[in-house]
Design a protein around this ligand. Structure first.
Ligand code: DC
Length: 363
């Protein structure tokens, strides 16, 4: 009752001035231990206060609403707010919805602020997946060719409602541009200065059209062209050029500024987005990768011997892993996903479980 009166006093007092009541949202995930629940709640609350410049002893906070998913049973999350705020705190449990984020704490902080102030909502760790539109994040999925990373990235992107960016397709698009300009014929035929100006004048855009990912080079849809054999060969040659890698990196950064992404490639977790908290390294046995490739080629009407495919893959792996620029390797903090003898849905489930349970790193 005392808390309630205190909160009402604050509202009345602040309404006299030119202020409005603002609701700020936040969510985080934690383990089901009293320590993890309370410290995660405290960290989240502090992050909300700091991001919204409410540092002056929280005088503007009028109420805090806390919800916990029912799998969190070791403590009240609100206990983590003791001593942090002197307003009313209301706890509740979150409705149990199928496939919703487990081990999750949500906060709604009500504050009196100057009219026109915008709320900075805070979603941490795996809880970022609740609002990929607000808390932009990148999932890095690296691995050798044929490991299943592209199909996996596509499925995870559909599950999370975020965009899938195939970084290999960006390199392939640059190769198409260079072939079209006459700057590639069996090898790169252009000096660094010319290459830089060509890249500056290159516009690569990926769009989702009729549920399918399409890639446009200078407004032309080149989604089928990039898969041609001649382009694959050119791509693997040009992908070792530093200026081209820098250009492709910039394209990825620009896309990540405006939306959450799952990006698959070779160097995403090591070079392009080394600070992302969601990193995976996808592998499969050579035998399995060769069988997948054989199946794919059969569908296109080609019958290729399994042993020759195995030796092709071994060569490619060696080149990818031993090149000087951005070699393929597992980032120290990447989670290994082995897709050998697993259904795609199973690997996707594994990736999603890791993402959902990723804790905010300062807890
Ligand atoms: O994944 P893919 O086969 O579409 O990749 C095409 C080429 O680009 C391949 O030779 C590897 C290279 N590549 C790279 O060097 N770095 C990336 N992040 C993605 C692809």
């Amino acid at each position: 009752m005392l808390d309630y009166k205190l909160s009402m006093d604050k509202i009345v007092e602040n309404t006299k001035e030119n202020t409005v009541l603002l609701s700020i949202r936040g969510a985080t995930v934690c383990d089901n231990t009293a320590k993890s629940i309370q410290s995660s709640t405290e960290q989240l609350y502090k992050a909300i206060i700091e991001a919204n410049n409410l540092n002056d002893k929280n005088v503007n906070v009028t109420a805090v609403f806390v919800s916990m998913t029912k799998d969190l049973t070791a403590s009240f999350a609100a206990a983590g707010l003791r001593g942090l705020c002197d307003c009313a705190i209301f706890s509740s449990s979150e409705p149990e919805i199928e496939k919703s984020l487990p081990f999750c704490i949500r906060l709604l902080v009500q504050v009196n602020v100057a009219k026109g102030t915008k709320a900075q909502h805070i979603y941490q760790g795996g809880a970022k997946t609740l609002r990929p539109d607000i808390s932009k994040f990148v999932i890095a999925l690296d691995g050798p060719s044929g490991s299943g990373k592209s199909s996996l990235a596509r499925l995870v992107s559909q599950n999370l409602g975020i965009m899938h960016l195939d970084s290999g397709a960006l390199f392939r698009s640059v190769a198409v541009k260079l072939i079209e300009c006459g700057f590639y014929k069996d090898k790169l035929l252009v000096d660094d200065e010319r290459l830089t100006s060509v890249l500056q004048a290159t516009n690569i855009v990926t769009k989702c059209k009729d549920g399918l990912q399409r890639i446009f080079l200078d407004d032309k849809d080149i989604s089928s062209i990039i898969r041609q054999h001649e382009v694959s060969k050119a791509t693997s040659d040009i992908a070792i050029n530093t200026a081209i890698r820098e250009y492709v990196k910039t394209v990825q950064y620009k896309m990540a500024c405006t939306q959450s992404l799952i990006v698959d490639g070779r160097d995403i977790g090591t070079v392009v987005f080394p600070n992302t908290e969601f990193k995976f390294f996808v592998v499969a046995s050579i035998q399995e990768r060769a069988i997948r490739r054989q199946r794919e080629l059969k569908r296109k009407g080609h019958d290729i011997d399994l042993n020759s495919l195995i030796s092709d893959i071994q060569k490619r792996d060696f080149n990818d892993s031993n090149r000087e620029v951005a070699p393929l390797k597992q980032a120290r903090d990447a989670i290994l996903i082995d897709t050998t003898s697993k259904k795609l849905e199973q690997s996707s489930f594994e990736v999603l479980q890791h993402i959902y349970s990723t804790k905010h790193n300062s807890v």
